[in-house]
Design a protein around this ligand. Structure first.
Ligand code: KG4
Ligand code: ZN
Length: 347
């Protein structure tokens, strides 16, 4: 395999991660998570995350170099998440990346975290077929993206009008008394539950909503419905089956995510779909998406679950793609952009 040797740094939320790729080949992906430090608060505390990034950055970099079996001086470029994400967390990764690029005299690519989530599948399944419709579902985003060129032509065709899918998982988990982050917990408990036990609502699927929000998502009504269900059972002194609530909630999320993704792919005449983001690790979403894509004659690409959640390899592989496409590197003085729009691949 060939291609540029790129080191990617990710620090947009609570994972400090350094990945190393050669073109589309994964050489290392080291992740240090500060999730345990946030667990008792039920969500990420920005100041705690920033400090954890500072402490973890150098050891994570060293681990990545040693597991890839390369020297820093061999690297062709430094890629880093420039946004979107938590400002204080992003600046730690950017400072490290700028220092490395300047010390090594190598180009710096400040990249979009969301696009990294889509690009990561290249490490598992090779070059992305383009155009491809991406279903990007993470803790902060739920979007349908029409990707004509992963290095510079991305259009958002749908988004959430309230909570992100992962946010809904985390909030529902909290009201069920489960640990943070809630996605993996609900996924696990749902295996023992009945997805048809409770008929939870499917947001923005009624006829009048489809007219305005055909490709958009909404999860806050679903979250409220779960809260009402739990309150009602408690008031009536009835037991709550956490596995049944988990499975029924998960089914509602997966149902809407996959139905709208297939509808959008058909509408835009795209016959490839790719999943990305932390929620793309969800077992039910992966299965239902595969069934519905196959039924619609759409080819589905799913990165392995370990590459769905935040990691440096996704930034490194996007960096390699951008470099190979001949895009000019970022300025050595770029700033973090906490609200970086998904259409902007490179800062
Ligand atoms: O992409 P990611 O690691 O970070 C962001 O960019 O937000 O996504 C984290 C989100 C969290 O909300 C977490 O609960 C969710 O992904 N998640 C899952 C699963 N694994 C992680 N949600 C559902 N099922 C999972 N197996
Ligand atoms: Zn992410």
């Amino acid at each position: 395999m060939s291609g540029p040797l790129v080191l990617g740094i990710e620090s947009s939320c609570d994972e400090t991660s350094v990945g190393i790729v050669r073109g589309a080949e994964l050489l290392a992906n080291e992740v240090a998570s500060s999730v345990a430090a946030h667990a008792r608060f039920g969500g990420v505390v920005p100041e705690v995350a920033s400090r954890a990034h500072l402490e973890a950055m150098t050891p994570t970099l060293e681990r990545a170099l040693s597991s890839a079996g390369i020297e820093l001086a061999e690297v062709d470029a430094i890629a880093v998440t420039a946004g979107p994400g938590l400002m204080g967390s992003l600046v730690v990764g950017l400072a490290a990346a700028k220092a490395l690029a300047s010390a090594l005299g190598k180009p710096l690519y400040g990249l979009n975290h969301l696009v990294g989530h889509v690009a990561v599948d290249i490490l598992d399944h090779g070059p992305l077929p383009e155009p491809v419709l991406a279903l990007l579902v993470s803790g902060g985003h739920s979007q349908l993206l029409l990707v004509r060129d992963i290095t510079g032509d991305i259009t958002e065709v749908g988004t959430t009008i309230d909570d992100a899918a992962g946010e809904a998982y985390d909030k529902v988990a909290r009201l069920l008394g489960l640990a943070y982050p809630g996605g993996p917990e609900i996924d696990r408990l749902a295996q023992q539950g009945n997805p048809k036990a409770i008929a939870f609502p499917r947001g923005l699927t009624a006829r009048h909503d489809l007219a305005r929000h055909r490709f958009d998502y909404s999860f806050s009504g679903l979250k409220t419905a779960v809260a009402r269900y739990v309150e009602q059972r408690e008031r009536d002194g009835e037991p709550i089956s956490v596995p049944d609530v988990s499975a029924s909630f998960q089914e509602a999320v997966a149902d809407v995510l996959t139905a709208k993704a297939v509808d959008a792919a058909r509408h835009f005449g795209v016959d490839h779909l790719v999943l990305g983001g932390g929620v793309a690790a969800n077992s039910r979403l992966r299965t239902l998406m595969a069934e519905r894509a196959a039924a619609a004659g759409i080819e589905l690409r799913r990165p392995r679950p370990g590459l769905c959640t935040d990691n440096g390899a996704m930034i490194a592989v996007l960096g390699a793609q951008v470099m190979e496409a001949g895009r000019p590197p970022s300025s050595p003085t770029i700033s973090a952009d906490s609200g970086m729009p998904v259409e902007r691949v490179l800062a």
